[in-house]
Design a protein around this ligand. Structure first.
Ligand code: NAP
Length: 322
């Protein structure tokens, strides 16, 4: 019998890649989204669309029947985290509680706050000294606390996403946004290391961890290292892809700061700017101990495919909103 996974946010950046990875690995995928799935996912014989709101616990509890795993791949827009992140996380937790499925969450590095050390392990102390850090700490604390009520859960923490069909990553919004004009735009100090996660690799790691469901009693935290790159590494890699020397530029932070009182999204970006000034990498030894070799596409191949996805996303017609 193939296993079944319910993915919340299956039309999202990570959700789409994850749904394909589980389905290609032979899982039955129930794919929750408020909007239509991409044509490729909708046509996949192992993917069944679950069209409802992510807070519709009744509909999701039905969708979770028989599922061994639920992935919370939801994310409210950046300016709405205060209001929506915890209710969405609670909904996912409620469905996991009712169904007995393993709850999985893609974590990020926000939990460690502004002073994050250069190597982040699952035991690195968390510091809620920025609002989004406090929210992420609370999301994971609620998952951990639910273990007492029999909820099994695992957070797989990763750096900034790149690759996959969605838009809105730092790669398409900044670094590669001006490649056509021969420019590389970096948001911070180009000499310090920054953690990146190539989404198809991260999705494979989720599939491999979900396959270990029997070992995952209680609450677990694992780190996915992905690609640790300085801005200079990234620039060279993009130069190799494009075959041209790129001029380096920075984000206009002074202007962003000036305009931020009127631009809520820019205000949010400013609060997280420190991540571009603090070197950080993720230690994935615990993940490796569980699944063996962690999926890792070499950077040239990952970037090649991420740039192709970016171009396809720019060219793609918008999905009709039904
Ligand atoms: N982006 C990164 O670089 C990164 C790095 C590490 C970890 N993560 C974590 O990975 C997870 C997924 O991130 P992502 O970037 O893939 O997310 P995303 O594409 O921005 O959003 C995922 C889905 O969340 C749903 N959603 C948003 N607002 C909602 C609302 N008000 N009510 C119900 N559903 C709502 C949307 O589903 P509909 O289709 O229904 O609109 C959307 O497709 C998040 O926990 C994020 O923090 C992200």
């Amino acid at each position: 019998m193939p296993s079944t996974v319910l993915i919340l946010g299956a039309a999202g950046r990570f959700g789409q890649v994850l749904a394909k990875a589980f389905a290609d690995a032979g899982w039955n995928v129930r794919a929750q989204a408020r909007k239509p799935l991409s044509p490729a996912l909708a046509a996949h014989p192992r993917v069944q669309a679950v069209r409802c709101d992510a807070t519709d616990i009744a509909a999701l509890t039905v969708a979770a029947q028989g599922a061994s795993t639920i992935v919370n791949a939801l994310s409210p827009i950046y300016t709405e985290w205060e209001r929506l992140a915890l209710p969405l996380a609670d909904a996912a937790l409620g469905v996991a509680k009712a169904s007995g499925a393993l709850l999985m969450l893609p974590g990020n590095v926000y939990n460690f706050g502004r002073e994050l050390p250069p190597l982040l392990t699952p035991a690195t102390p968390e510091r809620g000294d920025v609002p989004k850090a406090r929210i992420r700490i609370e999301m994971e604390a609620r998952m951990a606390a639910a273990a007492i009520e029999g909820v099994d859960s695992v957070v797989i923490r990763a750096g900034d996403f790149f690759g996959g069909p969605g838009k809105g990553t730092w790669l398409d919004m900044a670094l590669a946004s001006n490649l056509g004009k021969g420019k590389f735009i970096y948001p911070g100090n180009p000499q310090i290391a920054h953690a990146w996660a190539y989404l198809p690799d991260l999705a494979q790691a989720f599939v491999r961890v979900a396959a270990q469901r029997a070992q995952l009693r209680g609450h677990h935290r694992l780190h996915f290292a992905g690609h640790t790159l300085t801005g200079e590494d990234f620039k060279w890699a993009l130069e190799a892809q494009t075959g041209r020397t790129l001029r380096a530029g920075n984000l206009p932070w002074a202007f962003i700061r000036l305009a931020s009182p009127f631009m809520p999204m820019w205000r949010e970006l400013l609060t997280m700017r420190y991540l571009w000034e603090r070197p950080h990498a993720l230690d994935e030894s615990a993940l490796r101990a569980l699944i063996g070799n962690v999926p890792h596409t070499p950077l040239p191949q990952a970037l090649h495919s991420a740039l192709a996805d970016m171009n396809a996303a720019v060219a793609a017609p918008k999905l009709a909103q039904a």
